[in-house]
Write a protein that binds this ligand. Structure first.
Ligand SMILES: [Mn+2]
Length: 378
């Protein structure tokens, strides 16, 4: 066959299987560092750049670091490889990890546009743009923590309550050994079972909730579980330390004139979008850091907190939202908090025609990783 003869010819010339080349240490060219490169390629990058097949598996031990380090796009092409988060290695358990990226591909809790079930895949695809340092804050996450992508929760597309059980059980395993979950949603329903697991481990947690909506409805269409109700369920179950909760970016038309009265009655700090317009949010975050203190804090970021001009790919957009730079101020303002988990939810790729929403989500997840406890700043 024609295809066979091509393969045979490539094999004969030693071109086809990258592993053949990778395993032949005699072929490594140690003099290939370019004089003007920002960093000299490490041994793993040298190996990868000579292979024809980019593989995730051989990362560990070859980077010269005790931590997983994604390959630099200076040496390994961005679009290559299986689309793991930030091109990190994929592993099927959180064992040995300080933090893990986890996908929860559901949108069966959405009240309007669907599509967030595809969020984790698209965020991973766009995440190949991300480099290894935070040049603004000088955070060096891959010199600080062992991080990997541990895949997705195996959700039940036909039963949201069963999906919640599956999420809770998966996250109980993730947090049991101290691994911090960084979640790719998925609609906002998922924060409820995640917080059940997180609170079981850490006790009632503080919450930084960035969103266009309060997500504290009681019942919608007769149902208690959905993407408009997660934080009401969390309060009912005592999962939140309500005096250490801040909701930022809330806006839009409402079912009552005092839309956030219940939230304030619980002790939440409610920061409506109008209080954010035209301002730096750095002073707000100084106040919120005092509010949450040293106790455990969970960060939940709904992409619809951003203005739909920046992040149109979402299920329930509201006009006049936050800017991406305000999102960075919020997340960077969480530095120093005892963060025990983060999620980025409600990216809906079918409505994200440019990919900008997923790209923004990937950036915000990178920023979250960069403010976790034990991160070094160089
Ligand atoms: Mn939400």
């Amino acid at each position: 066959m024609f295809a066979h003869s091509i393969c045979g010819s490539m094999l004969n010339r030693g071109m086809f299987f990258g592993t053949l080349v990778l395993n032949n240490s005699a072929r490594i060219n140690h003099s290939c560092a370019r004089p003007f490169a920002l960093h000299t390629p490490n041994r793993r990058e040298q190996l990868l750049s000579k292979g024809f097949i980019f593989q995730l598996a051989p990362y560990r031990g070859l980077s010269g670091s005790r931590f997983n380090v994604p390959p630099s796009a200076e040496f390994v092409a961005r679009p290559s490889g299986i689309a793991s988060m930030f091109k990190l290695p994929i592993q099927d358990s959180p064992v040995g990890l300080d933090a893990a990226f986890v996908g929860v591909p559901i949108d069966t809790g959405t009240s309007n546009r669907p599509g967030a079930r595809f969020g984790p895949r698209q965020i991973r695809a766009e995440s190949s743009m991300m480099r290894v340092y935070n040049g603004s804050t000088r955070a060096a996450p891959y010199q600080s923590l062992m991080v990997a992508d541990i895949g997705d929760v195996n959700v039940n597309m036909y039963d949201l309550k069963d999906t919640c059980r599956r999420i809770r059980e998966a996250y109980q395993k993730i947090v049991a050994g101290g691994c911090i979950p960084l979640t790719l949603g998925g609609d906002h329903t998922i924060s409820y079972p995640i917080l059940q697991a997180v609170s079981e481990k850490h006790g009632p947690v503080g919450l930084i909730h960035v969103d266009a909506h309060a997500d504290t409805s009681d019942v919608v269409l007769g149902e208690k579980i959905g993407h408009g109700t997660p934080f009401r369920r969390c309060v009912e179950e005592g999962l939140l330390d309500c005096q250490r909760v801040a909701q930022i970016g809330l806006r839009g038309s409402s079912y009552s004139a005092d839309a956030y009265q219940w939230n304030r009655e619980q002790g939440f700090r409610v920061v409506q979008a109008e209080e954010c317009w035209w301002k730096s949010l750095t002073p707000l975050m100084t106040a919120i850091r005092k509010q949450v203190g040293d106790g455990p804090v969970y960060l939940s970021f709904d992409i619809d907190a951003l203005d739909p001009s920046y992040a149109p790919g979402t299920g329930t957009p509201e006009i006049a939202g936050l800017t991406p730079s305000q999102a960075l101020e919020i997340i960077r303002g969480c530095r120093g908090m005892n963060i025990v988990g983060c999620d980025l939810v409600e990216v809906s790729p079918p409505y994200d025609t440019t990919g900008n929403t997923a790209l923004t989500a990937a950036n915000l997840l990178f920023e979250m990783m960069c403010v976790l406890p034990k991160i070094k700043y160089l």
